[in-house]
Every structure is written in C-alpha cells, then in structure tokens.
Design a protein around this ligand. Structure first.
Ligand code: HEC
Ligand code: HEC
Ligand code: HEC
Length: 434
C-alpha cells in the first residue's frame, strides 16, 4: 500500500470512528451545550459605539479574518478564497453584510455560533475556519468584532463553500470531530503567570490562531500534542516556533520576534508565503505592547526536543553539485557565507526554516520565487526570482541539500523525487533544459 492510500485508508477508518462517536453522542452535544453569550451587556439592541467598532477592526486584524475571507482580487470579506486541505477544497464564506449571499441578516448570537462554536448556515463548519482557536475569544472581542463586521459594505457573491468528495462532504460528521478535537472554552488567564504572558497566550491561542499553521495535524486534521513545533501546510512548512535553538526560535530575543511580526523581517529571517500574508494582513497592525506579549509567551514555551542530525559531508556528490549551483545562481543575493543581506535577504546560516525537517517552504521558494513582505515598517521588501525553468529537479534538490548542510547547518538531504513532486504539486514550469 503506498503512502497516499495508507493515509486515505486511515482517514476513512478515522472518519468511521468519528461517525460512530457522532452517532452516539452528537445529539447530546447539540442539546446540552449552551451557546448563550455569558456577558448580557452584549446584544443586538444597543447600537455599538465608535470605539467598539474601532476595537472590532483591531480584533479582525488580530484574527486575520480578511486573509481567508477575501479572494485574490476580490472585494474584502466577500469570500470565495479556496483553501486546499488533505481532504479536498473548501472555499471561505461571504461574510459581508449582504443580506442574500452574506451574513447581513444574522444576529450577534448567530455570528458567535459560527466564530466560537463552528456552526454556520449549512450546519457544522469545517475547521478550515479556525473556530477551534476563536472559541477562546472573549465576549467583548466577539461583540466588537460583530459591530465592525456590520459596517463592512455588502457584496453580492454566492459561494459554494464545500467542494469536498464523499465522505468528507458529510458535515454532520464534524459533530464527532468536534467531540474529539474541539474544546470550546473562553480563554482563562493563568494567575501564576505575568500579565504579558497571559495577553500573549490569548493572542496566540485565540484570535491569532498561530497553531492552525505552526502545530502539526493528525490524520483527521486535528492538532497533535506538539504545540507550535511545526506543521505542514498546502505546499509550505510553518516551522517550529518554540525556543529550540536548532529547530525553533531559541536564538531570537523578544525584540527579534516583535520586529519580525511587525515588519516581516529582522536580522535573522525574512518572512515568506503564508507568514508574509499573516504579517501583512494581521500582525503588523498589532500594538507594540501586544507584539511584546506574544514574544514573551513564545519564549516561555517548552522547547521542542528536536536535535540536529549529522551534517551531510561536503564530499557528497549532491553537496558538490549544490555548491556549483549556489555559486552560479544564488551567491549574488544570499552571499558566500550564507548570511544574506540584513532585513532583505534572509540568512541561511542558522535559519530554522532552512533546517526544517520538511523542506516544503524551501522547494516552494526556489521553484516559484516570492515577492517578499511589504509592510508599513519595511515597504520595500526584496523579491526572490523563480528557478523552476532554470534548474533541473536534481539541481534544485542539490542546492537545497547544500544550503541545509553548510555554514554550520545540518539537516536531512532533499531528494530529487521531492523536488519533482513539488514541481508537479505547485504547478511550476518545466525545466527548459529538457
Ligand atoms: C484560515 C482561514 C479562515 C480564517 C482566518 C477565518 N475564516 Fe471564517 N471561514 C473560513 C472557511 C473556509 C469557511 C467556510 C467553512 C465551511 O463552510 O465549513 C468560513 C466560514 C465562516 C463563517 C460562516 C458563514 C456561513 O454562512 O456559515 C463566518 C461567520 C466566518 N467564517 C467568520 C469569520 C471571522 C469573523 C473570522 C475572523 C475572526 C474568520 N471567519 C476567519 C475560513 C477562515
Ligand atoms: C497561515 C499560516 C500561518 C499562520 C496563521 C501563522 N504563521 Fe507563522 N509562519 C508560517 C510559515 C509558512 C512560516 C515560514 C515563513 C518563511 O519560511 O519565511 C512562518 C514563520 C514564522 C516565524 C519565523 C520563524 C523562523 O524561524 O524564521 C515566526 C516567529 C512566526 N511564524 C510566528 C507566528 C505567530 C506568532 C503567529 C500567530 C500570531 C503565526 N506565526 C501565524 C505560517 C503561519
Ligand atoms: C535576486 C536575489 C536572489 C537570488 C538570485 C536568490 N535569492 Fe533566495 N531569496 C531572495 C530574497 C529577497 C528572499 C526573501 C523573499 C521573501 O521573504 O519572500 C529569498 C528567500 C529565499 C529562501 C527562503 C528562506 C527563508 O528563510 O524563508 C530560500 C530557501 C532561498 N531564497 C533560496 C535561494 C536559492 C537556493 C537560490 C539560488 C538557486 C536563491 N535563493 C537565489 C533573493 C534571492
């Protein structure tokens, strides 16, 4: 049985188990969970103040609602952004105030049910909508967010959210999934920890939904126990952000973390792909105090236990080919000692992204390039050219093996097969040397 079939087989068995649990307990779940918002000052009758609407916008930024609910080139919050999951494709809903195709007819209670409890127009929502994290949001934040959402201009756009194949298109199964993986609970501060730590915990675990990308997923798409220790996305890898000095951000100071989240770059890294989107749409808008709080919280996590493997020997044939490719194609920007150019071109030496167990982000960058982050603090981010047309699969794999094992780095080699698979998956161009 090859891996894909194995995974699919496991998923189907898993779905079967989830279904059985849902059958046994789904009804109980529905009848006995109270969805009432506990703060009774929060309601639809009282018009929100300007300050509440402003704060709602801040919450929308912190929660990055626009990232998924705005399609490329589409109107803000009008939905239709496609999210690839291991189970198939899901499109985000139209959450503008359009009464027909958006949520213009909703009440605060309905909004709360969707955002914190994962129940929308068609029944259970899929966790591609991060209600599993948003469930931690406070009543006040949800109320103000709703106040802001109601000011969003209506856009008529009918979205068919669910394009999943059977059996994953059976929304009721999510009742079972929720029992297994969803613990609806508003954030509770830990009184033994500092105010900053608790604010950081709230932002990371709640609205910021950092674990949606940075925590690995099990075969049913639920979070593994390895909190913030790295997760594979659709063609990218979100690295370990625990304070592990080899695999994570153990060498970063609190100021380094805050600077990265504000500008998309610091002395140690430049963001790419989904993190650039998170910085551009979300974290750059957070106050310095909130960014500091996130940094305090991340630095206080238990480091993952990943250790460095032995580096691939410089005599290895892939290392030699990789060095030749590096010296002809990459050195002009990434420079000979792999240190890059401060805040513009990320250093390779010591980078946890470069050393990550899963090289998806590296393959993505070399094959397709990237525009680089553009933020208010750093409006002129540099871009990285694409090399799909210029380098063979062999050369792509070799140059990555080389950067992963030079200047003190050590990481498993990248195989030609993974370069070939990434090229196909990402729809990259063929090498012109064929
Ligand atoms: C990571 C992507 C992602 C983010 C971030 C996200 N959403 Fe969603 N959202 C989705 C997807 C996908 C769906 C459709 C899920 C489904 O149909 O099962 C959805 C559905 C919804 C729905 C249900 C609409 C309906 O008609 O049932 C609401 C309301 C909603 N989102 C609001 C929000 C708000 C508010 C935020 C920010 C706090 C947000 N979303 C952030 C992906 C996202
Ligand atoms: C949509 C997915 C996604 C979300 C949400 C997300 N990240 Fe990331 N993050 C990534 C990816 C992918 C990278 C790797 C970027 C790169 O290679 O340049 C990354 C990189 C990082 C890095 C740099 C790590 C390094 O070693 O260079 C930090 C720090 C980070 N994220 C923190 C956060 C925090 C804090 C949050 C929540 C507020 C968050 N991320 C939310 C996907 C995400
Ligand atoms: C014209 C300058 C330029 C050249 C040439 C170039 N790069 Fe880059 N590279 C960049 C920039 C700028 C970034 C940051 C882009 C971003 O953050 O989106 C980057 C980012 C990367 C990353 C992502 C690292 C991370 O921390 O997220 C990898 C991997 C990478 N380059 C590999 C290579 C390889 C391998 C070559 C040669 C085959 C190469 N680059 C050639 C400018 C360049």
């Amino acid at each position: 049985m090859n891996n894909t079939f194995k995974k699919l087989g496991l998923s189907v068995i898993g779905i079967g188990i989830a279904a059985a649990v849902a059958y046994a307990a789904g009804v109980t779940y529905d009848l006995h969970k109270s969805y009432a918002i506990s703060d009774t000052s929060v309601n639809d009758e009282v018009a929100p103040t300007q300050a509440q609407i402003q704060h709602g916008l801040y919450v929308a930024h912190a929660a990055d609602c626009a990232a998924c609910h705005t399609a490329q080139g589409g109107k803000p919050f009008a939905g239709g952004y496609a999210i690839g999951t291991p189970f198939g494709q899901i499109e985000s809903s139209n959450i503008t105030s359009d009464k027909e195709t958006g949520i213009g007819n909703w009440t605060l209670a309905q909004f709360d049910r969707a955002v914190r409890h994962g129940k929308g127009t068609h029944g259970y929502l899929y966790p591609a909508m991060p209600y599993t994290a948003y469930s931690q949001m406070t009543d006040g934040d949800v109320r103000d967010l709703w106040a802001y959402m109601r000011t969003v201009a209506p856009v008529e756009n009918r979205v068919i959210e669910d394009k999943l194949p059977f059996p994953f298109n059976q929304r009721w199964l999510m009742g079972g999934w929720n029992l297994l993986f969803f613990k609806p609970q508003v954030f509770k501060a830990d009184p033994t920890k500092s105010v900053d730590y608790n604010r950081g915990a709230y932002l990371v675990e709640g609205p910021g939904h950092c674990a949606a990308c940075h925590t690995g997923k099990n075969f049913l798409g639920g979070d593994t126990a390895d909190f913030l220790q790295g997760g594979s996305l659709d063609g990218w890898y979100a690295p370990d952000i625990t304070p592990n000095p080899h695999a994570g951000i153990g060498t970063w100071s609190e100021a380094d973390i805050a600077a990265y989240l504000k500008a998309g770059s610091n002395d140690k890294a430049v963001s790419t792909g989904p993190m650039t989107e998170a910085v551009e749409n979300s974290t750059q808008y957070l106050t310095d105090a909130d960014l500091h709080a996130i940094a305090v919280y991340l630095k206080a996590q238990t480091p993952s236990t990943t250790t460095a493997p032995a580096a691939v020997s410089a005599d290895d044939s892939a290392m030699k080919l990789g060095q030749r490719v590096y010296e002809s194609q990459c050195i002009a920007c990434h420079v000979s000692n792999g240190n890059g150019v401060r805040k513009m071109i990320p250093p390779f030496a010591g980078s946890s992204i470069v050393k990550a167990s899963d090289p998806a982000t590296l393959l993505h960058m070399v094959l397709l390039g990237s525009d680089g982050p553009q933020t208010e603090t750093n409006p002129t981010g540099a871009g990285m050219p694409r090399f799909d047309w210029k380098l063979s699969d062999d050369e792509v794999a070799a140059v990555l093996t080389y950067v992963r094992n030079s200047w003190g780095n050590a990481a498993p080699p990248v195989s030609q097969t993974s370069a070939q698979q990434a090229r196909a998956k990402l729809g990259a161009q063929a090498w012109i040397g064929h």
